[in-house]
Design a protein around this ligand. Structure first.
Ligand code: ASP
Ligand code: MG
Length: 473
């Protein structure tokens, strides 16, 4: 039985022009596949607004969170006003929106009443989940109005996770049972489930979220569990690009990637994919396509099995921010890695595994990679928290923290291509290199350097990719 899972991101859903495309794409694909399932994100920017609302609640600032709830109401109502819905449907949808937003105000009030406490991720998860709950209802109503049988489904009823709030991990066994119980009956009745991405729940039913950009992860877990034939991620760009097109206008679409390459690509900074979404796909060899809603005829990027015998080749270059810590004299790193681990966990709600990219032999330098899932202000928050912690131990830890960049060349079988690696490094002659690592999956060469050097380094490595022949062994 042919099954397709499609995920639509916030950028695709935010405008009525985008929604019209979404509708057209779902209508077309519902004819091509026996079973179709849709997973949606919140509208662009909504999750950020909801996180702000939770912060306002934490400092007991009712005007702040009420204003956000009012803005969200205006924005969603304005969007449904532009959609071709008839009166009763529009009214039901408005009532749903009002009910979700009044629940949001109750949750904010509960946080505010918990004064003196840190904002717990348990509470912020309940608050942010509203974004996807709003958008899934809108898409399902839009489908029904157009003769397609869409049903909104809450991800919290399907995706069962651990209790790591803010960055939860799915329990595949329990989720499979829920998929059977909650999704299969809908699919069997020839209807299209419109599932909220990003949201899950613990086995006890407490709402969790999967980390920023987590709708991809929802789609991948459900796709793998359903044994889907393909997963398509729809966005507003043409696919995964050889470099960030805002930085380098000559960046091109990468036509194909292996699972390990895509995982490293996401991990080292391609924000288009959630880094943990690839593993479940690789496990069952489920192919993933990234496509542009405004260019549905284009192939986009196809992510599928790694070419173990493939010719070594670089396909893309990324850059992410990291933190470097220096100390003038040598000493043990043990205290610092523990400190960093604790701070990461407390500040960012992340598990304590520290992603150290490089450390010098005399222990006077370490450089950390920060996963993109922590959000844009993550480096900043971590830096502030570490500095505050170090001030507590001025004697023991005379460390200086600075922000550095990690530039990564992503590609195939890099371990078998010394000439290719040296060609990459030869391009960096003006750069002071702090550390180099060849990723264990052989798909990435990462180079730590001062932030000011990263732009030029990315550009120089990218030239190898676009100049024909020079990016392969
Ligand atoms: N809405 C969530 C976020 O902004 C999840 C997603 O977009 O995938 O992170
Ligand atoms: Mg995303």
């Amino acid at each position: 039985m042919s099954t397709l899972v499609m995920k639509f991101g916030g950028a695709a859903l935010g405008t009525s022009a985008g929604l019209e495309q979404v509708l057209r794409i779902i209508a077309d694909e519902s004819k091509n596949w026996e079973r179709l399932l849709v997973v949606v994100s919140a509208l662009d920017g909504v999750t950020d607004m909801l996180l702000d609302a939770a912060q306002f609640a934490r400092i007991d600032h009712p005007r702040g969170y009420r204003r956000i709830a009012a803005n969200l109401r205006t924005r969603h109502l304005a969007l449904i006003d532009q959609l071709p819905l008839d009166r009763p449907d529009r009214r039901t949808l408005q009532a749903d929106i009002d009910q979700l937003l009044s629940g949001l105000l109750d949750d904010c009030l509960a946080i505010a009443n918990n004064l003196n406490e840190e904002l717990s991720p348990i509470h912020s998860d309940t608050v942010v989940a509203v974004g996807e709950r709003l958008s899934a209802r809108i898409i399902a109503a839009l489908l029904r109005q157009n003769g397609i049988r869409g049903v909104a489904v809450d991800g919290a009823d399907v995706l069962i996770t651990d209790a790591v709030h803010g960055n939860a991990n799915p329990d595949f066994g329990l989720t499979a049972q829920r998929v059977d119980a909650a999704l299969l009956p809908i699919l069997q009745r020839d209807m299209i489930p419109v599932v909220t991405g990003y949201i899950g729940a613990t086995a006890a039913g407490v709402t969790t979220t999967l980390g920023r950009g987590g709708t991809d992860f929802t789609a991948s877990v459900i796709g793998a569990t359903l044994a889907a034939d393909e997963l398509w991620i729809w966005t507003d760009v043409d696919g995964m690009m050889t470099a960030d097109p805002r930085q380098l206008p000559d960046a091109r679409v990468v036509p194909d990637l292996g699972y390990s390459e895509a995982a490293d690509f996401a991990y080292f900074g391609a924000k288009i994919l959630h880094a943990r979404m690839i593993a479940p796909l690789a496990e069952v060899s489920l192919p993933l396509r990234i496509k542009n809603i405004f260019q549905p005829g284009q192939a986009g990027t196809l992510i599928s099995a790694d070419q173990e015998r493939g010719k070594p080749k670089i396909k893309a270059v990324t850059s992410v921010q990291g933190l470097a810590m220096r100390r003038p004299v040598s000493g043990s790193l043990a205290g610092v890695t523990r400190l960093v681990g604790n701070t990461l966990f407390k500040t960012l709600g992340m598990r304590s595994e520290v992603l150290i990219a490089s450390q010098s032999s005399n222990s006077s330098f370490i450089c950390l990679v920060i996963p993109t899932s922590i959000g844009i202000d993550g480096v900043d928050r971590l830096q502030r928290a570490l500095q505050a912690k170090m001030a507590e131990y001025p004697e023991k830890m005379p460390w200086k923290i600075e922000t550095v960049s990690l530039v990564s060349a992503i590609g195939t079988n890099l371990h078998r291509a010394p000439q290719l690696l040296s060609r990459i490094l030869a391009r960096l002659e003006a750069v002071e290199i702090y550390g180099i690592a060849l990723g264990a999956s052989n798909c990435s060469l990462s180079i730590a350097m001062a932030q000011e050097d990263a732009g030029a380094a990315v550009k120089r490595i990218h030239e190898l990719i676009v100049k024909s022949g020079s990016g392969s062994a």
